[in-house]
Design a protein around this ligand. Structure first.
Ligand code: UT7
Length: 346
């Protein structure tokens, strides 16, 4: 009988553009205030891509950092999965652009679009490729250039979003670690609550759609807020139960960063101490499919997780969609040290 295989996180990286847009800057652009944004969302500033930057270019930087931290070369990768709602182009897939930019000549590549849920969905998917025995090393990267899809005259949305990218390397291991359980959900009837109405096959871009601002994000914030808390609490509980774990067994929660009030309400309902919830929404705003990747990378960089720690990921977003996953942090140095030997030898 084949031995079980696990999908360890062995590397991480992130990138955020240099340009910082503060709440004060936004006061000069729409009818809002630093105080309103801080108290309603917890956001203080967000990053905005420079003219030459794209989702693929930011993801490629995050990907290189993840490979470097895993001590791997791009040629070691079997697969690149990119989660994004703001791909460089409808075709080719941004995953292929990243695969080319980083020189991952031995890897397949594709995109996943589940809006803000995308990174967790891609993490689950990448883990399946490894657990099934199909692949040994998978790069999962989430990136967004939301600034190009935001209506900078709409105060309901433009204060929320930011640009950036986050990546992880998943690698085969034979000691129990990586994905323990997951939940993926969708309620497509809620699609109109958060969408970009034109530019797809249903309503191709035209002078009329542009005049009607239908190429920008529109959102019914208040309804999304309620859905967010409900779905994150439910999905987290389900993933914990599937992993046979309780709230107190979780070392860190790495949630989608949309609004600190959503995070607070979720944390209180789950009964997990606030110190165990990773928060960086104050510095990046909502970076959609990049947010969990950036948060994971920052949290791992701080050395917060130790081998054997359980980490809960949870996200919600357009679709509507939601996802949660419980991962056990791997003994990364021993995986790296044993790379030369055994079935996963490079
Ligand atoms: O990843 C998924 C993406 N989306 C989300 O995560 C969004 C989730 N929702 C939210 O984060 C919150 O609903 C918002 C931050 C978007 C809004 O906060 P809220 O507490 O739900 O406010 P609201 O929509 O109920 O609006 C309250 C008031 C309204 O004025 P009136 O009707 O009470 O006079 C809005 O017009 O605040 C007004 N408002 C603003 N005022 C100043 C809305 N946006 C702004 C603004 N500055 N930027």
């Amino acid at each position: 009988m084949a031995l079980p295989r696990y999908a360890a996180v062995t590397g991480w990286g992130h990138y955020a553009p240099e340009k910082v847009l503060t709440n004060k800057d936004l006061e000069g652009m729409v009818d809002t205030s630093d105080e309103w944004i801080r108290t309603r969302t917890g956001i203080c500033e967000r990053r905005v891509a420079a003219a030459h930057e794209t989702t693929a270019s930011m993801c490629s930087i995050a990907a290189r950092c993840a490979l470097e931290s895993a001590n791997l070369a791009s040629l070691d990768l079997d697969l690149v999965i990119c989660a994004s709602t703001t791909p460089d182009t409808l075709m080719p897939a941004t995953g292929s652009l990243i695969q080319d930019a980083i020189g991952a000549a031995n890897a397949g590549a594709f995109d996943v679009n589940a809006a803000c849920t995308g990174f967790v969905a891609a993490l689950v998917m990448g883990s399946q490729f490894i657990q099934s025995g199909a692949y040994d090393r998978v790069l999962v990267v989430g990136g967004e250039t939301l600034s190009r899809f935001v209506n900078w005259k709409d105060r309901n949305t433009c204060i929320l979003f930011g640009d950036g990218a986050g990546a992880v390397v998943l690698e085969a291991a034979d000691e129990e670690c990586g994905l323990l359980s997951f939940v993926l959900g969708s309620q497509g009837s809620g699609g109109p609550l958060l969408d970009i109405k034109a530019g797809g096959a249903a309503k191709p871009a035209s002078p009329e759609t542009i005049a009607a601002n239908e190429h920008y994000i529109t959102m019914r914030g208040n309804e999304i807020f309620k859905f967010a808390v409900r779905s994150m609490v439910h999905a987290s509980g389900e993933a914990l139960a599937k992993a046979n774990l309780h709230a107190e067994d979780i070392r860190m929660v790495i949630p989608h960063q949309a609004n600190v009030r959503i995070l607070r309400a979720t944390q209180q309902a789950l009964g997990i101490p606030w110190e165990r919830v990773f928060v960086n929404v104050d510095r990046y705003g909502n970076t959609s499919a990049a947010s969990v990747g950036i948060a994971l990378s920052e949290c791992a960089e701080m050395g917060t997780m130790q081998p054997g720690d359980n980490v809960l990921f949870v996200a919600f977003g357009g679709g509507l969609t939601w996802a949660s996953a419980v991962l056990r942090w791997a003994d990364i140095s021993s995986i790296i040290a044993r790379r030369g030997e055994g079935p996963y030898a490079i």
